[in-house]
Ligand binder design. Structure first.
Ligand code: CA
Length: 405
């Protein structure tokens, strides 16, 4: 009964309504979850998922309190660039990544030949997503997704993920009890959410199962296949650290401002040691992930692909930098700004409120520094005669407080 005819679908819906009505009257006090689960099972069945899979995967499944807590949890402080990078690109991880790249050289070359993604980047994603397969998350993906789909906060998104997770089980790629992942449903060694798995996972070892938990050929090929779909270019790198000339207009340091490398060279941008930029025919943008006092990067097309994998600008730098270190390139040239204090979430909220009061749209004041907050900060800094790097610091907050009505 994979494809239901309209009349069958109608009959199923009518049955569902009758069953729900019975359920509601029978357990009016405490059965909200049971009613929800019943409706979910009916929807899954009408989406073509087998009864056997529904029974095995969903019988007796209840929400996990811890998952709701983790979903609600908001960090008290923002993370600084160096805190973030130093935790993820450690000497031990670089060393292990190099060793593993040599161990899996033949396989990685085969994946590169088929999908065009360089081995050092595949190993870098693998290292950052699951510490090379050693931390894939200890939650039952079905239970975690049931929890988040039942919760009203992002119910639609997680319900779709849950249905995809059931489809993955239905196709026999993994057994229900082995389908482990993060509290938010990211699965296996490169942490694919179910919809990404459905669209981009591949069976590279030929056993007819897409096994992102236990098969490295499937893991690498799936990551590479996904990267190809989000625009990865196998003959380009991700970007490089640069330095800017005196008086550089920070308004140009924006992901949306893309210019040929030659134009940046003409504007005085150089490699950290002062030498010329490479003469490649590439479009690049300048990014300041730690503000104008921190390291500065010139990023290419593949940086944008990494952002489509995970939209954190720090994550994207970490993937690129780890890949560089695997290839033997040196640590960043920029000095650590040890004195930098991480901002409290409450201070970011205050900053967003002040920006709004001054007419700069910083989006919803949620205490999270996103693209809108950075753009609003740039607007304010530029008007106030400060370095317009869009980077939130206590100095900028102080200036905002002085300017606010
Ligand atoms: Ca396989």
């Amino acid at each position: 009964m994979r494809l239901l005819k309209p009349i069958q679908r109608f009959a199923l819906c009518a049955a569902a309504v009758a069953m729900l009505a019975f359920s509601v009257s029978a357990h009016a006090q405490d059965s909200n979850f049971e009613v929800w689960m019943l409706a979910l099972k009916i929807e899954a069945r009408s989406a073509g998922i087998s009864q056997a899979t529904i029974d095995t995967a969903l019988s007796g499944v209840t929400p996990i309190q811890r998952v709701t807590e983790l979903d609600r949890k908001q960090p008290e402080f923002t993370q600084t660039f160096w805190d973030y990078l130093d935790k993820r690109v450690t000497p031990q991880r670089v060393e292990r990544a190099r060793r593993l790249m040599s161990t899996h050289r033949v396989l990685l070359n085969q994946v590169q030949a088929r999908y065009g993604v360089q081995p050092r980047f595949l190993v870098s994603f693998w290292g950052l997503e699951s510490n090379f397969g050693s931390h894939t998350g200890g939650f039952s993906v079905i239970r975690a997704l049931v929890t988040l789909a039942y919760d009203e906060r992002r119910a639609d998104f997680f319900r779709a993920q849950l249905l995809d997770a059931l489809r993955i089980l239905d196709k026999g790629h993994i057994a229900a009890e082995a389908m482990q992942g993060s509290w938010a449903g990211a699965m296996g060694q490169v942490q694919f959410i179910p919809s990404t798995f459905m669209r981009h996972a591949v069976d590279f070892d030929g056993d007819l199962r897409k096994d992102l938990w236990g098969s490295l050929p499937d893991v690498f090929a799936s990551a590479a296949n996904y990267l190809g779909a989000i625009g990865w270019r196998g003959d380009e790198t991700w970007g490089r650290e640069v330095r800017l000339p005196e008086g550089f207009d920070y308004g140009l340091a924006d992901l949306k401002t893309r210019k040929p490398i030659g134009d940046w060279q003409a504007l005085g941008v150089r490699r950290p040691d002062g030498s010329d930029l490479p003469r490649a025919d590439l479009e690049a943008a300048i990014v300041l992930p730690a503000g104008h006092k921190g390291p500065i990067f010139m990023v290419y097309n593949n940086y944008h692909s990494i952002l489509r994998w995970n939209r954190s600008i720090l994550y994207a730098i970490a993937v690129g930098h780890l890949a560089d270190r695997i290839a033997g390139l040196p640590a960043l040239a920029a000095k650590r700004s040890d004195g930098e204090k991480p901002l409290r979430r409450a201070d970011v909220k205050a900053m967003q409120g002040l920006l709004a009061s001054l007419g700069f749209d910083a989006g919803v004041p949620d205490g999270v520094v996103g693209a809108k907050t950075r753009a609003a900060l740039k607007g304010f800094q530029s008007k106030a005669g400060l370095a317009a790097d869009g980077y939130p610091t206590y100095e900028v907050l102080e200036a905002l407080r002085k300017s606010a009505p």
